[in-house]
Design a protein around this ligand. Structure first.
Ligand SMILES: O=C(O)CCC(=O)C(=O)O
Ligand SMILES: [Fe+2]
Length: 703
């Protein structure tokens, strides 16, 4: 059928979408796929047509905006009417040649939401699964997931698709990538910067600025929809001016809104405030570090267009100019042409908009932080100040609840081991950078390691059979890999069992490394198999914990909510993991708390093959409830990105048996359950990438 109707004109894409959804619910998969795909391609074609018409009609009116700039404030409504009419005329004609009248109408907010959240791809992944087209299903699932990154079911589906025959890594393409390219370059720029590759960082930040400008322009062009319909009857009736003015205001407001849209990542709610100036900040630093002083001067001059009075920018400019002593040409470098075009257009439009806002009681909140006070009418300034204060208040409140992890790790990476599933993610665990996996060990592996713990305990353990360092009501037994290997050498343990203990640690390391998207290598910092057993007769009326609330890499001070990254805390621990082996005991639940060490935010019940992972820092205080009966065993693991803090004992053990520390067996069975339909919904994740991290080293790692 193609994406055009019989007339050769674009039909309304929302109608196609509804047809597809209806077919989906009657399980007519072929038809559902056809119509939903058609709605996506029609929407895309409409977008391109709008762009074309926007460009074709850009002269029809834009020069009025600049005229207004010259002839300040005169007969605003007349200008607006003139402008909007010229535009509407031109655009209506242009669109009419390619789009059916129904297709030109704005779609409902429901449909906008469906496409905004990429829910069409949610339907598609399931439809393609039903049609046995796993590659297409994978692409649809991936596309949906990009905008819904904490969607658990979809993540599990993706893992399932990954295991299907014929599905290779390249199948997981983002079908909406075209409009998100600036984020790709943004990430590349951040990466180049964090590895101090300044020449590359300059290149990437420049690309990022250009791509952001391009996407903003692309978004603004789509605003023609706001101006295309000037009701016929208004031409002759009273109130024509007001209506025209209102239309032109919505058009301008639509364009301004693009700033926020472009600076919001798919799947996030809040936008990067000050997105463009922020990129320029990064760019000039990279240019300076790369030795391109002239470029740095130009970037600072561009930055000054946003913030003409910013002291830091001015003093940096001074500094660079001094370093360029003698090179007057370089000193005099002006701002980039693109940025200055961007600013002057934005300012002209803002002025037009403000006149309207003042005169027509039109609601508008400026998405830019840099708008100069003097172009904002006094009456507006007042109400904005109040609104902004409210917003800041709200953000502050949000901060209290939403812990920000600056560890540089970012939960949500792939799960590279077959048979392992995510049972709880950040959302389910009510926190940041936490995860629970299941299926890491088989029952027989758990049994083997439990047996290992029992034998090792019977021959005397590494902690000399003492009571728990945390509670007098429990016994605490530990076994390291090295000790297991030595016991095996002495014939006390099976060598293959000792090897298994080593290997499951490696399994955990691979999972944690991938899921927390560690940019650098991850080394074991310390690992031990540890059992906590209730001492019979000592359990009556117990109120204490098996392990009091603590943070693994800093000393938590709950009263002040501070966490001191200093000895005796193991400050170099970056990621923590606990691999559980059994559940035949009472109590012994792991729990996470708020920084107050009181408010429990999540609980995890140990069971065989369950792996809990989290960043070792202050966002993850945790403890273990009393083990009141039986024996609770787990392999506790801590990882570091600092090679010189790696566990030398483990290396010694590996050397002993000639083991390659990087190898891991993939022997889990494939789970054969079907992908599940994923409900749509957005959730916010507020994690920031690593800043400079303090590196305090302490003594050798142990308990
Ligand atoms: O065993 C557990 O569940 C947690 C232990 C723990 O937090 C630790 O050893 O630091
Ligand atoms: Fe811990």
């Amino acid at each position: 059928a193609g994406s055009t109707s019989l007339s050769g004109l674009l039909p309304p894409y929302d109608e196609l979408y509804y047809r597809g959804v209806r077919a989906y619910f009657t399980k007519d998969w072929e038809k559902a796929a056809e119509y939903i795909e058609l709605s996506i391609s029609t929407r895309e074609a409409l977008r391109k047509t709008r762009r074309k018409c926007h460009d074709a009609c850009s002269t029809a009116g834009d020069e009025i905006v600049s005229r207004l700039d010259r002839e300040k404030g005169t007969s605003w409504d007349l200008w607006a009417l003139d402008w909007i009419q010229q535009r509407a005329e031109c655009i209506r004609f242009c669109l009419g040649r390619a789009v059916t009248p129904a297709g030109q109408l704005p779609v409902s907010s429901d449909i906008e939401y469906e496409f905004g959240t990429r829910n069409a791809y949610n339907f598609l992944q399931l439809i393609y699964y039903e049609l046995s087209k796993p590659r297409k299903a994978a692409a649809a699932a991936h596309t949906f997931f990009m905008a819904n990154p904490s969607h658990l079911e979809m993540r599990n589906n993706i893992e399932k698709y990954r295991r299907m025959p014929g599905v290779t890594e390249d199948a997981f393409e983002d079908r909406e990538r075209e409009l998100e390219k600036h984020w790709e370059v943004y990430d590349a720029a951040v990466t180049a910067e964090s590895s101090s590759d300044w020449a590359l960082a300059v290149k990437r930040w420049k690309e990022c600025v250009n791509e952001t400008l391009k996407q903003t322009d692309e978004c603004r062009a789509q605003c023609v929809v706001a101006s295309q319909r000037l009701p016929e009857e208004t031409d002759s009736t009273e109130g024509a001016y007001e209506k025209a003015a209102a239309l032109s205001l919505s058009l301008l407001a639509c364009k301004q809104a693009c700033v926020a849209l472009v600076s919001t990542r798919p799947g996030r709610i809040s936008s990067h405030e000050d997105f463009l100036p922020m990129q320029l900040e990064h760019l000039h630093i990279a240019q300076y570090k790369a030795g391109d002083l002239k470029g740095a001067v130009q970037t600072l001059r561009s930055l000054l267009l946003f913030y003409p009075k910013d002291n830091e920018t001015l003093s940096n400019l001074q500094l660079y100019s001094e370093s360029l002593e003698g090179d007057t040409e370089a000193q005099a470098t002006g701002p980039s042409q693109e940025i200055s075009n961007y600013i002057s257009r934005a300012l002209a439009e803002k002025k037009l908009l403000y006149f309207g806002v003042e005169n027509l009681d039109f609601k508008f909140f400026d998405p830019d932080l840099w708008t100069p006070e003097d172009i904002v009418p006094e009456s507006l300034r007042e109400s904005w100040r109040a609104e902004r204060e409210q917003l800041i208040e709200k953000l502050k409140e949000g901060e209290k609840v939403l812990e920000v992890d600056d560890s540089g790790f970012y939960a949500g990476g792939p799960v590279p081991l077959v048979g392992v599933t995510i049972t709880m993610d950040d959302e389910a665990l009510n926190g940041t950078n936490r995860v629970v996996f299941d299926g890491v060990l088989s029952q027989s592996e758990c049994d083997t390691v439990m047996q290992l713990a029992r034998i090792a305990a019977s021959v005397g353990d590494g902690y000399k059979g003492r009571r728990s360092p945390h509670t007098p009501h429990e016994k605490f037994e530990g076994l390291t890999v090295l000790r297991a290997f030595k016991l095996a050498q002495d014939g006390m343990l099976n060598q293959s069992d000792a090897k298994l203990l080593h290997e499951i640690g490696e399994r955990a390391r691979i999972l944690i490394h991938s899921y927390f998207r560690s940019h650098s290598a991850l080394y074991f910092s310390y690992t031990h198999l540890v059992c906590r057993s209730a001492i019979p007769g000592h359990q009556e009326g117990r109120l204490d914990l098996s392990h009091p609330v603590h943070v693994d890499n800093c000393i938590l001070e709950p009263e002040t909510r501070q966490c001191w990254r200093e000895a005796p805390a193991f400050t170099h621990r970056d990621l923590s993991a606990i691999l559980y082996l059994n559940d035949d005991f009472e109590g012994g639940e792991l729990f996470f708390t708020d920084r107050d060490a009181k408010t429990i935010t999540a609980r995890v019940k140990p069971s065989c093959g369950r792996l809990v992972g989290f960043t070792s820092g202050p966002v993850n205080p945790h403890g273990v409830t009393a083990v009141t009966a039986g024996r609770r065993c787990a392999l506790a693991l801590w990882f570091t990105t600092e090679k010189h803090h790696r566990d030398m004992e483990r290396q010694e053990a590996e050397a002993m048996l000639g083991i390659d520390g990087q190898k891991v067996k993939e022997e889990k069975e494939e789970s054969d359950s079907n992908p599940t339909p994923a409900r749509s919904g957005r959730s916010q994740s507020s994690k920031s990438r690593s800043k400079e991290r303090e590196r305090v080293s302490s003594g050798r790692d142990e308990l």
